[in-house]
Design a protein around this ligand. Structure first.
Ligand code: ZN
Ligand code: ZN
Length: 90
């Protein structure tokens, strides 16, 4: 019954992908509003991102888990791992 080559396929072990997300992605998403980064202008979003941590993964559009300590933040995508940064407080 198990015809799927699950063993020895480390690149697709995440069951959450459902095969919908190719390994190479040409479209990226706005980290602030989650819309396609190629569509429209995200000027306000970029301003947000200077003072706020990102909300969405720019690669897969998953909502990030954000932890912040002071001006330092760590945003974690379930699929793509951590991104760290700091917000401008001045
Ligand atoms: Zn945006
Ligand atoms: Zn991601």
């Amino acid at each position: 019954m198990s015809d799927f080559p699950t063993a020895g396929d480390p690149s697709y072990s995440d069951p959450d992908t459902l095969g919908a997300i190719p390994p190479v992605v040409s479209v990226t998403y706005c980290a602030d509003c989650g819309a396609s980064a190629n569509r429209g202008s995200h000027i306000a979003c970029r301003q947000h991102l200077e003072v706020l941590p990102p909300t969405y993964c720019t690669t897969c559009r998953r909502q990030l888990t954000v932890e912040s300590q002071g001006s330092e933040w760590t945003a974690t995508c379930k699929k793509h791992g951590e991104t760290t940064g700091s917000t401008a407080t001045s």
